[in-house]
Design a protein around this ligand. Structure first.
Ligand code: SF4
Length: 289
């Protein structure tokens, strides 16, 4: 956290913020593919959930598609940081595509946990957001065993084959506190519930939440730079509010900062999601200045 003073208002910068190692690696995978194979390189889904990153790669010759069937035979396709179901890999192989896997290793770890629990006959309660790409990919590892639990309110509707053989896993980018609540609710229902071997919520998600919690309680306003489909960025807004910030907003870039937000505000917190390049944060700082 570096306090930056100006005459009337103070900005507290959260640290850490922005790019995580998994995002950096995924973006580099596309850049390197463009260098080696030349344009076009296809990317299945947004490589990371950030509008600006996607637009920049598009300018350099990447073509973003929803499914591999849109990719011409023999082309190169990159799988995004959020991971894919095994079926997607099989389809790409059958289509004769050359694939580059940019799945974050911390997502792959969750896939491996899902496979292992499923092989041992467990029902798996996957805590995550319905429709999120990572959740779809993880579920694809063991569709018959995995049940999605989208928050503490959904714990009571889960049905399993054998309540004595249940494990939970989670999406990597959830709220740490809310996930604890969800697990507690699930455990009430399934006292023999087994934990994952290690945290599924990744270190980048966790330490960005810890940092925004620290500044949030001292802020009248917290601005989180990130795109609306970025799970970890949206969580930072919620965590800032829970920590005591009077208001917290998500912005894609400086142009989305509304002057009215600053009325009567003395201390502003600023952070960014794990898929956000630092120049976007610098842009917001400039605008605030
Ligand atoms: Fe990997 Fe976490 Fe970054 Fe996602 S947010 S890419 S899981 S390190």
């Amino acid at each position: 956290m570096g306090p930056m003073t100006e005459p009337t208002r103070k900005v507290l910068l959260a640290k850490p913020r922005g790019y995580c190692a998994g995002v950096e690696r995924a973006v580099q995978a596309v850049e390197r593919a463009l260098e080696i194979y030349g344009s076009p390189v296809y990317v299945r889904k947004q490589i990371v959930h950030n509008t600006h990153v996607v637009r920049n790669l598009e300018k350099r010759g990447a073509i973003f598609v929803e499914e591999t069937e849109e990719v011409p035979e023999g082309s190169v396709v990159v799988f995004s940081a959020h991971g894919v179901a095994p079926q997607v890999r099989d389809d790409a192989r059958n289509q004769g595509l050359r694939t580059i896997d940019a799945t974050c290793p911390l997502v792959t770890k969750v896939h491996m946990e899902a496979r292992r629990f499923a092989a041992q006959g467990y029902d798996i309660l996957l805590i995550g957001h319905e429709g999120h790409e990572e959740v779809i990919g993880t579920t694809g590892e063991a569709p018959a065993n995995i049940h999605l639990v989208d928050g503490p309110g959904e714990s009571s509707s889960v049905e399993v084959r054998d309540p004595s053989k249940v494990a939970w896993l989670s999406q990597t980018t959830l709220s740490v506190d809310e996930t604890k609540e969800t697990v507690a609710a699930l455990r009430e229902q399934f006292p023999q519930l087994i934990d994952p071997p290690s945290d599924d919520i990744c270190y980048a998600t966790q330490n960005r939440q810890t940092a925004v919690k620290q500044i949030g309680r001292d802020c009248d306003l917290v601005i989180v730079v990130g795109s609306t489909n970025s799970s970890n960025s949206v969580r930072l807004v919620e965590v800032a509010r829970d920590a005591g910030a009077q208001a917290a907003y998500l912005v894609d870039d400086a142009s989305a900062v509304e002057p009215g937000w600053l009325d009567g505000v003395a201390t502003i917190g600023l952070t960014s999601g794990a898929s956000v390049p630092e120049d976007l944060v610098a842009g917001v700082l400039d605008r605030l200045a």
